[in-house]
Design a protein around this ligand. Structure first.
Ligand code: NDP
Length: 293
């Protein structure tokens, strides 16, 4: 019978608790620590071992998962563990931070004698250990390959590369896409409600199928952004900005167009710059200049 690895979890908020539970369910020996010790009680009842200190927790786990609120506190927390306890461990930090913070943390943890992986959890706690969840990782490839079994207990594991900043960057890119969709949904919902119609029926029968259909065009737009060639389009930008129908009708209905207005302004600027015959993907050139072009 194979002996399952020992894994420690530091930080037992709603996400850390879900991660520790997933490890218990997968049969790992789990040691937990939380700044407010009482928060570990439920996990201990479910089979986890309670560590009395950070160093005890770090010493107990071949893999050390860190999931606390603020990235700024992670370094000091791990240093409480001490160099001796950390040596030879793999630290997987799934606390949300920036790419720069992740790179600095990788240096700090490596200097303490451990390997480092930064993680971005693309799920809410209730989705952990369910098929729709995934977690982005970047940093030590060897650590990822060696401990992939542990990480797969949380969700589908996606390794992005050796630069520790890749997981947080891609995490934020995914959230940007999500908030763009939420913004469009909120504007659509306000318009439909302004006409006295139920938003639920509109969303299930019209909006969700429409967004699914439109998302099918994203790979082609992405290819245009990669190539810098925006010439092929069935919907030229000049046509799309010829009237501000969305803004005008929204105002007439008493709906604020403030979510849509910034995108419309960029589309108009792109046309004014001489790209009216091209597709909407070219708007990205106003947001970020490609260094090779
Ligand atoms: P919670 O607010 O539920 O828990 C926060 C945890 O951080 C608690 O265990 C708290 O300890 C601990 N903590 C805060 N400050 C310190 C400190 N200085 N030293 C030690 N421990 C500290 O947050 P979540 O569990 O929801 O989130 C944790 C991380 O997971 C965040 O970075 C979040 O962005 C990320 N995440 C969360 C998601 C979610 O939907 N919840 C989704 C994806 C990522 P104490 O109990 O003592 O206060």
């Amino acid at each position: 019978m194979s002996v399952k690895k020992s894994v420690s979890v530091l930080g037992l908020g709603s996400m850390g608790t879900a991660l520790a539970d997933a490890l218990l369910m997968a049969g790992y020996r789990v040691t937990v620590w939380n700044r407010t010790p009482g928060r570990a009680d439920g996990l201990v009842e479910r089979g986890a071992h309670r560590a009395g200190s950070v160093s005890e927790a770090v010493a107990a786990g071949e893999v050390v998962i860190v999931c606390i609120l603020d990235y700024a506190d992670v370094g000091a927390l791990l240093e409480q563990g001490g160099r001796t306890a950390l040596k030879g461990r793999v630290v997987v930090n799934v606390t949300n931070g920036s790419p720069e913070e992740a790179r600095a943390m990788a240096e700090r943890v490596t200097a303490l004698g451990a390997e480092y992986l930064d993680g971005g959890i693309m799920a809410v706690p209730e989705m952990i250990a369910r098929p729709e969840a995934f977690v982005l990782y970047s940093g030590s490839c060897e650590a990822f390959e060696t401990h992939r079994g542990v990480l797969d207990a949380f969700a589908r594991s996606v390794y992005l590369g050796a630069d520790p900043g890749l997981a947080p960057l891609n995490d934020l890119a995914l959230l940007s896409g999500m908030y763009g969709m939420f913004g469009g949904f909120l504007h659509a919902a306000a318009l439909v409600r302004s006409a006295g119609a139920p938003v639920a029926e509109f969303t299930s029968s019209l909006l969700a199928p429409w967004l699914r259909a439109m998302s099918g065009g994203l790979p082609e737009m992405a290819a245009q952004i990669d190539s810098g060639d925006y010439s092929v389009t069935g919907s030229p930008l000049a046509m799309q900005v010829s009237h501000d129908s969305i803004g005008d009708v929204s105002r007439a209905q008493g709906v604020s167009p403030e979510l849509f207005a910034p995108l419309f302004a960029l589309m108009k600027r792109r046309v004014a710059d001489g790209h009216g015959a091209e597709g909407i993907a070219g708007v990205v050139e106003l947001m970020h200049k490609h260094s090779a072009r």
